[in-house]
Design a protein around this ligand. Sequence first.
Ligand code: ACM
Ligand code: ZN
Length: 636
Amino acid sequence: MKKAISKNKFYYFFIALLFTISLHANAEDSIAIIPKPLSMQIQAGHFVLSNGTAITASSSNSDFKESIRWFIDKIATSTGYHLSTNKSSKSSISLLLNKQADTSLHDEGYTLKVTPSSITITANKAAGLFYGLQTVLQLLPPSIEGTTAMQNVQWTIPCADIKDVPRFGWRGLMLDVSRHFFTKQEVEAYIDQMARYKFNTLHLHLADDQGWRIQIKSLPQLTQVGAWRVKRTGRWGTFMPALAGEPTTDGGFYTQSDMKEIIKYAQDRFITILPEIDVPAHSLALIASYPNLSCTQLPYSVNAGGRGYERNDNALCIGNDSTFTMLDKIFTEIAALFPNPYIHVGGDEAYKGFWDACPKCQKRMANEHLKNVDELQSYFVKRVEKIVESKGKKLIGWDEILEGGLAPNATVMSWRGMSGGIAAAKMGHHVVMTPWDYCYLDLYQAEPTSEPPTYGLCRLSDSYNYEPVPDSIDEKLILGGQGNLWTESVPTLRHAEYMTWPRGIALAEVYWSSKANKNWNDFTTRLEKQFPRLDAANVKYSTSMYNAVFTPARIKNSDFGVTLTTEVKGLDIYYTFDNTNPDNFSQKFTGKPIQFPVGATYLNVITYRDGKPIGEQINITKEVLSQRLDEKHHVY
Ligand code: ACM
Ligand code: ZN
């Protein structure tokens, strides 16, 4: 009998051990935090979030009062639980601000400890506590991101020890609200999406040729005229200009009180709004409102998305002092409205031909001993920097502000590759890196044949494999980087989401995680576990990482061959040349380039994983592939 009991005991112990090991393995399997924390140990056991769980804070610091309110709301929405703030609760999430700063955590780092009975987050500043709470959400099942309360979900969080600190202090996304206007609620939805991945800067491109989007109380025409254009639908760039007398019904703007709400909404999520007023070019909405400000003084309408004005008469006259009086008024109100220490003044892509032909600009050049129009632009930016600094702000601009000489304290946002950023850093200036080929979220993210029309190419793996600090540049001068979403071809929030995610998730990891922690295969495994979270949150995203990539190459003395790959490892690729839909009974790509049989015009391809289709079917013509043979860079 005794012997039997002991045998049973051993049996139960063994089963319990297996169960614990498998729970632990499952827990590790389900951990998919992005951006990847600096260090993380997962332990056996888990914390269960319940209606009795409390969230408590070590002080009543108002900076994270809002975080607590936000977390309680978030949990209530998807679980139906109402977390208390009762300190004597048996199950609690405690937020502790370090009394004595842990210097290794800097301003935004945190530690997170999960045991079966408690979750403890410590940080030096409120931002770190907020990021710790974001990580807690990522440790919960995906339905935590749901928009209605789910029953029958075990809200477990694996026991863990995490220490996490961002690599860069500037982790941004840019949203162009000029080319298409996004409402306050839409911008706030975008902010929520950014906060999930620990971004801290939302750069709003508030003014361009297609719309002025921020109320300036002393200049009402800017929004009465500049915020509105004629309505056109279809493919951007092909639209008809405004007809005589046609009503301008398309557009919108943020009142200053709307913007204060957006700023507060973002602040509560530890995101700062960087305002951009793009001058001296890209200024047609301003010029349409105040035509005396251009060199030609011609009357224009706000551009509706057509090819625009033949010679791009969209630049301010630098010879006209009214330009600077106007900018002083604008930047006075912008500086008072936005708490961000920087004002972005654009500076990109100026067509300088009108300055060459303008008597006022020529006079300015003579008086100021400026040798050419590049120096005239540099004069402009230096003078604008003085205005911006007189309002207590720092100037940041696109890398064209280097041309003709950089303003003394300017920060450079490098977009035409890294070279502008490198040049600025070599002169000791701060830099925010946003090179287009890694960071432009308006570019194609997959085979253009199957994507909505745009231009260029920036795949998810390009964004992920991007390193923002060039060799031989002091990392301290690189403040960080952004992903930039220009919205010419992005008319809705759903499409903005599709273009942003998951490339924005890759960039979140580039800017937050340590270089040593980056690993593409590990990232895609974690990313796949983010998809159900985005589904639960009703956020649209692209799954193009599963699609086939077509690489045509010449074969000696012959035609050309096509290599098929996928960004994600481990997929099977099937194809046909006979105009039928491929499946896993079709030819499987083996790695050897394939050639079009004589007479075949289409290559149709689909990807599978574990016997199930996973990528989109892409049908591509021989003609399209052959046109790409000699292209170095695809500009579609
Ligand atoms: C830019 O893309 N023109 C900054
Ligand atoms: Zn002029």
